[in-house]
Write a protein that binds this ligand. Structure first.
Ligand code: GDP
Length: 287
């Protein structure tokens, strides 16, 4: 069963976003660098079609740098630029200012500052970025998706005002893999997912691309040719404890894998590549 995630208030959020974008010159969409396509909200791209836009691949400290580069290239087209970012960035404001200048050159003045909005799905790191720009904890950050915040307005510099988006912009699951990737990243509420199923999907992908890292973390041995469930059992045997009767605690093992992936403990990993995403989209359309 694929991830089922039917957030409410989509039309309300769309209306709010539409109104908000009315006076806006540049749209910044924050994405999770580990799952840039899955963490996008297609509504943003649709409503911001004619505006200069900046894609911020955030949490790049957790993502595979080579794949982040592939995504940065993929997003680069007229009117759009993409930058990588993470919470350790010393001057995120400067990076955003430069990106705005690149994508909308000579547009902002002291009399009429460039109006820039920052949006993205919950948990992608918007509050963390805004806090780090303002240097104050004015936005609440948390690791649970769905925390509502009031809107902020920040002067990035004399010529650029930054706004955040009110309301919730939920992800839209357009391909099944995208649902699993969102769930693995922690962007989907716990009660909307089966942790074992998500851990198995995650492991199937990691076995393919990050076998060495999995072995280094869990000491699995020769991982090539192993199935996702075999690797999960191994992890359970080594880390998750055993249940009475000598059975592996699969629930515990699943939680360990997900938590290790989210914190970056297994390594820097990305769950989708541009060419794969294209193929998944094609398959979903044909299904
Ligand atoms: P928001 O819902 O988009 O406002 O997301 P938050 O700013 O609340 O961030 C969600 C979680 O991601 C928090 O636990 C942050 O500490 C974490 N986070 C945000 N940015 C980064 C980043 O660049 N790297 C890492 N590793 N974690 C981040």
């Amino acid at each position: 069963m694929a991830i089922q995630w039917f957030p409410g208030h989509m039309n309300k959020a769309k209306k709010e976003l539409q109104e908000r974008l009315g006076g806006i010159d540049v749209v910044i969409e924050m994405l999770d660098a580990r799952l840039p396509a899955s963490s996008a909200n297609p509504m943003i791209a649709q409503l911001a079609k004619r505006k200069p836009s900046i894609k911020v691949l955030n949490k790049q400290d957790l993502a595979d740098p080579a794949v982040t580069q592939q995504w940065l290239n993929w997003y680069r087209k007229p009117g759009t630029i993409a930058i990588g970012l993470d919470a350790s960035e010393k001057s995120p404001a400067q990076k955003l200012i430069e990106a705005c200048m690149d994508v909308a050159p000579n547009r902002g003045t002291i009399d009429k500052p460039l109006r820039v909005v920052i949006c993205g799905i919950p948990n992608v790191g918007k509050s963390t970025l805004i806090n780090s720009i303002t240097g104050r904890r004015i936005a609440k950050t948390g690791n649970e998706p769905g925390i509502t915040k009031g809107q902020q307005r920040i002067m990035l510099c004399d010529e650029i005002e930054l706004f955040d988006t009110p309301g919730m912009l939920w992800p839209k699951i357009v391909v099944p893999q995208g649902g699993y990737n969102l769930a693995a990243s922690g962007a989907v509420g716990r009660n909307a997912m089966d942790e074992e199923e998500v851990a198995l999907e995650l492991l199937a992908y990691l076995i393919r691309y990050y076998g060495k890292e999995l072995d280094a973390r869990y000491n699995i041995g020769d991982i090539a040719g192993m199935q996702d469930w075999q690797v999960l059992e191994q992890i359970g045997r080594k880390r998750g404890g055993m249940l009475p009767g000598g059975r592996v605690n699969i629930q515990k093992a699943s939680e360990i894998v997900l938590s290790d992936f989210r914190s970056g403990a297994i390594g820097r990993m990305t769950l989708e590549r541009p060419d794969e995403w294209r193929a998944w989209e094609k398959a979903a359309k044909e299904a």
